[in-house]
Write a protein that binds this ligand. Structure first.
Ligand SMILES: C[S@@+](CC[C@H](N)C(=O)[O-])C[C@H]1O[C@@H](n2cnc3c(N)ncnc32)[C@H](O)[C@@H]1O
Length: 306
C-alpha cells in the first residue's frame, strides 16, 4: 500500500474486518479510509452511507462506536444483522445528520465517512430501476419515496431533459437523446429501464464506444431523482459543523461532479483543512479484485476550528 497521508497514524485493516468475497457490496479503499479516520476505542464515527456495512464493520472491529446512516430503508435490516452493541442505525438522508445524531444522543463525532452513490445491491436488484443492464421498473429512488425516474421522464420538457443530461451526465449527445426520449414517450410512457436503455442506444451515433451508451443518461437521472449533489453540499456543511476539532471527514466520490464539490468545499471551508492535495485512488490490485474501485477518488479533511 502506498503512503496515504503523511501525518496519519499507520493503520492496517483490523483483524476480522476483511470483507468476505461473497459480500453483497465490497467496501472500496477500506484501508485508506481507516488510515484517514483513525478509529479509536470508544470514539464516535459517522458512517453516513451504510450500504452493506463493509466500512462500518471495519470501524467497529477497530473499537469505534458507529452511527450508520442510509436513506435506503432496506439498509436497516443489514445493520440489524451486524448485531453489534456499539452500532446505532439511523434511516435518513445524511443532509439531516445533525438531527439524526441528536435523536440518538450521539456526541460530536471524531470521524465521518461518506461513500457516495449507489451500492452494488441497489444496482443489482433490477426492480430498484438503477441499472441499464437489468430490465425493471424505471424507479431509481434510494429512499423508495418521492417522484421516480419514470415520473421525471414523463414530466420534463425536451429542453430541460437535454440540459439535465448534459449537466449531470456530462452527456455530449444530450440533445439527440432528449429528442429520442420525447418521441418515444409520445408513443407510450417510458416505464422500464430496458425501454429507456433501448431508446438511448438507438439514438446514439454509431462508432466505437468504450462505455454503454445509456450509462451517462442513467447517471444523470439518478442524480436528479435523489438530489444527490444537493444532499452532498448540505451533508458536507453539516459535517463541518458537527465534527469535533481534530476530527476527520473522508469522502469517496465516483464521478467528477461529486469530486469537484468535495474538493471546493474542503478548500473553501474555514473549519476544515484538506489533508489530500490530490485525491487518493485505489491500487491496481484492489481494482483487479473490485472493478467498482476504479472510479473512486478519496479526499480527506481535518477539522481545525469550531
Ligand atoms: C456506495 S454505497 C455505500 C457502501 C458501504 N460503504 C459499504 O461498504 O457497504 C452508498 C450508500 O449510500 C446511500 N446514500 C446515498 N446518498 C445518501 C444520502 N444522501 N443520505 C443517506 N444515504 C445515502 C445509498 O443508499 C447506498 O446504500
Amino acid at each position: 500500500m502506498t503512503t496515504l497521508l503523511a501525518h496519519a497514524a499507520p493503520y492496517g485493516t483490523p483483524g476480522g474486518s476483511t470483507p468476505r468475497n461473497d459480500a453483497p457490496h465490497v467496501p472500496v479503499m477500506l484501508e485508506e479510509c481507516l488510515d484517514a479516520l483513525r478509529p479509536s476505542e470508544g470514539g464516535w464515527i459517522v458512517d453516513a452511507t451504510f450500504g452493506a456495512g463493509g466500512h462500518t464493520a471495519a470501524l467497529l472491529a477497530a473499537g469505534a462506536h458507529v452511527i450508520a446512516i442510509d436513506r435506503d430503508p432496506s439498509a436497516a435490516q443489514r445493520a440489524a444483522s451486524l448485531d453489534h452493541p456499539h452500532l446505532v442505525f439511523a434511516q435518513g438522508d445524511f443532509r439531516d445528520m445533525e438531527r439524526l445524531l441528536a435523536e440518538h444522543d450521539v456526541p460530536a463525532p471524531m470521524g465521518v465517512l461518506m461513500d457516495l452513490g449507489v451500492s452494488s445491491m441497489q444496482l443489482d436488484e433490477g426492480d430498484r430501476g438503477f441499472a441499464f443492464r437489468h430490465d425493471g421498473p424505471l424507479d431509481m429512488r434510494m429512499s423508495a419515496s418521492g417522484p421516480s425516474a419514470a415520473d421525471l421522464i414523463a414530466e420534463t420538457s425536451e429542453a430541460d431533459l437535454a440540459a439535465l443530461l448534459y449537466r449531470y451526465g456530462e452527456e455530449r449527445h444530450s440533445r439527440r437523446i432528449a429528442r429520442a426520449i420525447i418521441a418515444a414517450r409520445n408513443e407510450a410512457p417510458i416505464t422500464t429501464t430496458g425501454r429507456l436503455a433501448d431508446v438511448v442506444t438507438a439514438a446514439y451515433p454509431p462508432g466505437p464506444r468504450s462505455d454503454h451508451p445509456a450509462r451517462r443518461t442513467f447517471q444523470a437521472l439518478r442524480i436528479v431523482v435523489n438530489d444527490e449533489l444537493g444532499a452532498l453540499e448540505e451533508g458536507l456543511e453539516a459535517v463541518a459543523r458537527l465534527l469535533g476539532v481534530g476530527g476527520r471527514v473522508a469522502v469517496l466520490a465516483y464521478h467528477s461532479l461529486e469530486d469537484r464539490i468535495v474538493k471546493h468545499f474542503f478548500k473553501g471551508s474555514s473549519r476544515l483543512t484538506p489533508l489530500t492535495k490530490r485525491p487518493l485512488t485505489a491500487s491496481e490490485e484492489e481494482i483487479a479484485r473490485n472493478p467498482r474501485a476504479r472510479a473512486a477518488k478519496l479526499r480527506v479533511a481535518e477539522k481545525v476550528s469550531s
